[in-house]
Design a protein. Structure first.
Length: 258
């Protein structure tokens, strides 16, 4: 049986929404929508692919991830909207609260939510078959800014939760930040040949207008500085610092990197 079909939908200037359908996602199949920034591109993709939306799944409450919720419901009816229990009242039209460890089924697929606070306190990643939808917590070669959480929260979410998923897990994130993230990764680890090689591939792919998702957890462990804070090549830049302190310093450096 084919693994699930995941269709990235570019939105706004650099966001991704996703259409997710079981099996080969043939015309007429049910699908759920992850993080619709805006309704119009998602509706166009659903119509083009012949998919029938049955739910919206949000990773966190920021407008560039939930801005299309109400437009999709206006077009397709009262779709259920899933988000973390703590985001009730912050996610437009939220109908269902998710908590870590409580799996649920949508469009014939089982979703396993992981609470990953840091970017926001209610951030959730969703494991579905061989993939994880990480929103703005884990990017390809990067991580989100800390708007509501602490460095310790985000480090735990990355290193102790997402970083421990199977290496082959496909990573679908919320933004096309990959080239800039890899430039920073090479800055942090000039001798990381895996990061340098991936930067070359990504630069060429973007020049062709291609998306850079998915990555894999294995690739992230090899190239993402925020998942490598305990690696000697990163940690030695901050003598005596704990892994959380290294993470905080690397995150602060990324905020001002150009």
């Amino acid at each position: 049986m084919p693994r699930m079909r995941v269709i990235p939908v570019p939105c706004l200037s650099d966001n991704y929404a996703y259409l997710v359908a079981a099996g080969d996602g043939a015309a007429g199949a049910e699908a759920f929508v992850v993080d619709p920034s805006e309704a119009e591109p998602v509706i166009a993709a659903l119509e083009r692919e012949g998919l029938r939306p049955v739910a919206i799944v949000n990773t966190h409450h920021h407008p560039d991830h939930v801005g299309g919720n109400e437009g999709l419901r206006a077009r397709y009816g009262a779709l259920p909207v899933y988000a973390h229990e703590s985001d009730q009242g912050r996610v437009p039209a939220q109908t269902d609260s998710v908590v870590e460890g409580r799996r649920f089924r949508v469009a014939g697929l089982e979703l396993d939510p992981i609470h990953v606070p840091g970017h926001t306190t209610g951030a959730v990643a969703y494991c579905v078959e061989d993939a994880v939808f990480t929103g703005d917590t884990l990017f390809v070669a990067g991580c989100g800014r800390l708007f509501e959480g602490t460095p310790a929260m985000m480090y735990h979410s990355l290193a102790d939760k997402l970083g421990r998923l199977p290496a082959a897990t496909r990573v679908f994130c919320g933004h096309e930040y990959t080239a800039a993230n890899l430039r920073f990764a090479v800055h942090v680890e000039p001798d990381n040949h895996a990061a340098a090689a991936k930067l070359e591939r990504v630069t060429a792919a973007r020049a062709r207008g291609e998306v850079t998702v998915p990555s894999t957890i294995g690739e992230e462990l090899a190239t993402n500085p925020f998942l490598r804070c305990s690696e000697p090549a990163v940690a030695r830049r901050f003598p005596g610092a704990s892994a959380v302190e290294v993470f905080a310093a690397v995150r602060q450096a990324k905020d001002t990197f150009r």
